[in-house]
Structure formats: structure tokens, C-alpha cells
Design a protein around this ligand. Sequence first.
Ligand SMILES: Cc1cc2nc3c(=O)[nH]c(=O)nc-3n(C[C@H](O)[C@H](O)[C@H](O)COP(=O)(O)OP(=O)(O)OC[C@H]3O[C@@H](n4cnc5c(N)ncnc54)[C@H](O)[C@@H]3O)c2cc1C
Length: 479
Amino acid sequence: MIEFYLNSRKIRTGAPPGGALLDFIRRDQGLTGTKLVCKEGECAACVVLAGTLKNGRMHYQNMCSCIMPLANAHGRHIVTIEGLNGEALTPVQQAIVDCHGSQCGFCTPGFVVSLSGALLGGRRPDYTRLIRAIDGNICRCTGYKSIERAVERIADELPKEDYGLETLIREGYLPAYFRDMAERLAALADPADTGLPEEEPAGAAPLFLGGGTDLMVQAPGKVKDSPVLSVFRQAALKGVREENGRCIIGAATTATELEESEIFQSVLNPEDGFFHLLSSTPIRNMSTVGGNLINASPIGDFTILFLALDSRVRLQDGLEERALPLKEFYLGYKKLARRPEEFLAAIEFDLPKPGQFFSFEKVSARRNLDIASVNTAALLEADERNVLQTAHLSAGGVGPVPMYLHQTAALLRGKVLDEQLLKEALAALQEEISPISDARGSADYKRLLLRQLMLAHFHKAAPDRIDIMNFCGYKPSRS
Ligand SMILES: Cc1cc2nc3c(=O)[nH]c(=O)nc-3n(C[C@H](O)[C@H](O)[C@H](O)COP(=O)(O)OP(=O)(O)OC[C@H]3O[C@@H](n4cnc5c(N)ncnc54)[C@H](O)[C@@H]3O)c2cc1C
């Protein structure tokens, strides 16, 4: 049985745990304010708030219900547009009306839900934070300027004194029942319950469910009809910790949780904007690190990032755990060194030490909300003589699997980093990869892209030794 709150009502249902939450909301519950549009998490017309109880406080995030498995609603407070409506329009809705931020209206509930969720973070959000909350919401009438004006007004008008839940309820931003949700959720069934029947059908390995952002797009029918085990809600598989200089990330940690981790911020400076290149806020709130690695897409961003960090994966089958290097995990296109009953428990790597330089680069057809044409990462370290002591390189979109660049990295290690060495490495790189032409670019384009992105890693790591302008033969103009 799956138990959760849908707006102010408690739900207890035996509906298929692998079915889409959106279908349950619209068809079973008749709440049609949440819209069905792309069914691929691309437009957020279907966005709902998913509230979780953490340390006695409610924590709300927007998520795409069209690809959210019902199993992942278990133990949460799910809020649809109907759950925000009161007798009068909320100030968020009123601002959208007054600023003409709604045209055909189909995307409007999604915008209202995302914006209302952003008010709930505990501190008063500014314009930038509100805009970021709607980075996944698409308006097909392209009324973005009016929506931006509405967001400006919301940011200006938000209460300045005593900002918090009580004030938001008093000022009509939220209905009063939000006040009781922490208590009501605490009385619900164990949110970490896997959702599997106690007696599994003999021999059947369950389908492991992360956030569903790959699985529910690729094979929604299969998920609905399978026994599923939600790793997404396993507290034991979540979180980022450090042990003796090693970073250990639970497989069910979401992209948002990783972004917020101070430990991970020491690997990737938030200013570098890695997470802004990765899907959108509602998708980052759902997508797990483990799902990215197991999906085995040749362009998975986390996969490419963790390959260059020379990571190891920890696999469990319920009885035993084993670890293996991530670079030995991918055997062929979507073929993994993993038994069906094994799930990914964690990924771990040595935190970069002072003097080590880590870099990630990605190019996609659109800057935002797009998967990579080519992505690559590098971990580099040169000693005082400029001899490369560490060189780990990875690349996506240039072969059938996410690639650890064994040969190119081996050629670099133990040699003095200069432009001649880089030329040799770039030549070796072209021998090592085998891109194909597809919708994301021709094979030649991907070869060129990877060459340039590799140059970017080395230029950023050692700008005094690798002068990109000189390397590429550009002469300064004499004007
Ligand atoms: C709109 C949109 C934009 C996207 N943009 C990007 C992007 O920019 N970059 C990018 O890399 N990806 C992107 N993705 C893909 C996706 O979000 C990521 O790959 C994500 O990390 C998958 O995680 P998940 O938890 O949702 O996986 P799921 O869909 O739940 O699972 C994926 C696979 O992993 C298996 N699985 C999940 N967890 C485990 C586990 N612990 N053990 C064993 N098996 C497991 C599942 O059975 C399934 O086979 C995007 C997806 C969408 C819908």
C-alpha cells in the first residue's frame, strides 16, 4: 500500500507503484488542474510539490508528476494547484493575472506551483531564486516577459517582516492546512518502506526505481507492470559523507542534494555552474546519481564526471557488497558488469587534494535543459617540475559507452606538460574515440568538440603553459 497526503487528504492506495503520479492525480482523483503535456519531464506543466518531513520540518520541492512513479509519493505531502487554491486568488496567482502572465493558460498551474514552492524554503526568496524555481517550466505561448514581470512583483510584495509559514498563511499565499502537515506526515507509514510485498515472486529481481527520470521516459509501461523497489526513498542510500579524505555518495542522492552538499562543493565550485547545465530544477529534484550511472547513457553527465574522479561503485545484492572501478563497469552499449539482483549502493572517490585540478565541460545544442552532444572531465596534477603526476580523463558522446580515456591519460602521466605533449595527447585522443553521426552532431563535429573541450581543461589547469590562442594558431590583430 502506498500512503501519502494529496493536498489535505490522506491517500492509501493499492494502485500500481510504477504508474505515473500524474495519472493517479488526474484519472483516479479527478484533479485535472495538473496538466498532461509532454509526458517526458521537459515542460513542467505537470509540476506538483513533493513535501518531505526532515528533522520535524517540512521541506518542499517541485517535481514533474508525469514521470514520477507513484511509489515515490509514499510518505510525502503532494500538493497540486487545487491544494493551493483558496477562496480568493493567491498573491502569486494575482500577480500572474495582473501582469498578463497567462495566455492559453495550459502552463499556468505549473508556474504557480513552482513559484509557490519556492516561497517555502524558510527564507524570503529574491527575484533570482524565484526565476530559478521556474527554470523547467515552459510556456508554449512564449509569454516569458509577462511572467518575468509577475515574478518581479511577487518578489517585491513578499512579506518582509516575520517571513515564514505563518505569515505566508496569514497573507493568503498558502491555505491553513499547511500548518498541520509535519504532524500529519509524522503519523504516516514508514517513508523508507520499499513498497515491495513481503513475499516476492520467486526468482524475480525487482525493477530498481530512482527518481524515474530515465525509466519513466524510456519504458513507462514496463515500470507500471513490474514489481518495483524504490531506492529513491531509502534514507540509507542518501547523502554525501567524507571518510579519511574519501567522498562517499549514496546512490539515491539527488542532483539537488549533491549540489547543496558542502563536501561536493569542494570538488566542483558552485560558481562553475555544472548543475545549471544539468536538466532543470524539478528534474534535479528527482534524478539520482545512481540512476545516471546505471542508465549507462554514453553522455550521462554524472557518469562522465565520476569517471574522471577515478571513482569506484559499491554494489549490493542484499547479502553481500562488492566494489569495482567505475571505468570497469561499462562493458558495451548499456551493458554493465552488474547482476540483475545487484543494486548500486554508493559511489566513492578520493577528494581532490590541494594542487589537483578538476574540470568538467559540456556542449549541447541548447544551453539549458539539454543533454550533451559531447561532455568531458579531467583530473590533473603536475608537480613543481610540471611533470603530470595525475591524469584522469573521461569523455561522453564519442563512443558506445561513457569513456575513461585510458590511452590518452597513460600517454600524459609522468611527462612534462607543455604544448608539444598536448599535441601528442590530442592525436592519441582521436585514435581512442569512435563517435558516430546522430541527431546531436556529425562524427567530425564531435571529434572537433572533444578536442576543443580537452584544450579547455588544460588551459584552465595551466594557463601559463597552455596558451590556447597560440596553440590554435590565432595571431593577435594589429589594429
Ligand atoms: C527533462 C530531462 C532532462 C534531462 N537532462 C539530463 C542532463 O542534462 N544530463 C544527464 O546526464 N541526464 C539528464 N537526464 C536524464 C536523467 O535525469 C538522469 O540520467 C538521472 O540521473 C537518472 O536518475 P533517476 O534516479 O531518475 O533514474 P531512474 O530513471 O529511476 O533509473 C534509471 C536506471 O537506473 C536503474 N537504477 C536507478 N537507481 C538504481 C540503483 N540504486 N541501483 C540499481 N539500479 C538503479 C533503474 O532501474 C533504471 O534502469 C534528463 C532527463 C529528463 C527527463
